[in-house]
Design a protein around this ligand. Sequence first.
Ligand SMILES: [Zn+2]
Length: 390
Amino acid sequence: MITTLHTEWTIGDICKGFQYNELEGKGLFGMNGKLTIQPEYQRNYLYAIEKKEAAVVESVMNGYPLGLIYFNKIGEDKYEVLDGQQRITSLGRYIEGKFDIQDGDGNIKSFDGLSPEEKKAFNEYPLTIYVCEGTEAEIKKWFKIINIVGIPLNDQELRNAVYSGPFVTAAKEVFSNSGNANVQKWSHYVSGNVMRQEYLERALEWVSGSEKESIDAYMSKHRFDTEIKLLKTYFDTVIDWVSKVFIDTDSSMRGREWGRLYEEYHKNAYDPDEVSAKVKELLADENVDNKGIYEYILGGCEDTKLLNIRIFDEKTKKAAYTKQTTDAKAKGISNCPLCALSDIDSQKTKMWQINEMDADHVTAWSKGGATDISNCQMLCKTHNRAKGNK
Ligand SMILES: [Zn+2]
């Protein structure tokens, strides 16, 4: 791997012929077309907040350094931005008049409104750019490391880098395109951010899961495919199935493992009206964890573990009470562990009857604490009320 430091390139050089396409995933170019600012594996432009864009321009106006920028040399006089995409895009967009900044006195400063000297100084502002040349594996490994400094790539963004090619390009067109009219519908079932590749990740997870392989294996196998028919069809099939079985939508449906559930249950017949009534009943039950409702119903309403029920049953309460009371008697302290900590002697040793106590989750239910004997303690009613749902 060869790294060359360039300090002779200026903002003007880099932004020459700057092209910004509002459609996500489309190339942004600079250096008169020689520089790809947004390679297909890069995250989508994240500087949506103008403040950040303005800060880049203000840094230049004040003569502050913009930090290191990394290019990947992809051919004779052809480069790709590895790191620095957002800074370069901000500079290009400012020059194009996409946004203005304010000076210290609150005056609006557009690029076109700058004096010739100011424009010259801006264009001739030097950048510090490392150009790297190496094998794909070297570059990608390096990319992963330098990226830790910025906004870290999530798993799928990194996969898009590692398996970049026509398949990723085609898949992003569909699954990381906020202009896709289907995204609204999909958002009932899929969680995460479409622009951060999380919808694409779900689509890949589902189709690769149906073939019992990892997302990485799937992407590697299909890397040079020019179309994504199977990926798209499978995703649509899963979504169609879910929306037909569960005719109503609820926020608790978002982010469930629909791909796995489809594989396990799609051969079963369900009456959508019956299912709908059951979902409503369970959603109304505040002692049930809504996330588990769907698989519980698909599995024939048998596996109550899926509902992560909040209230302890009588048998569990009785067992916890008996054990606590026996232990407390041996130690000569109250069978309410919080009473035992009291400063008042009579309370320290108070023995409560079972009907004077309530069951409490040691690890809170809201924090994933189980509703079983391992996580059950009996508290006197006063202490249980005071503890609340902490
Ligand atoms: Zn107590």
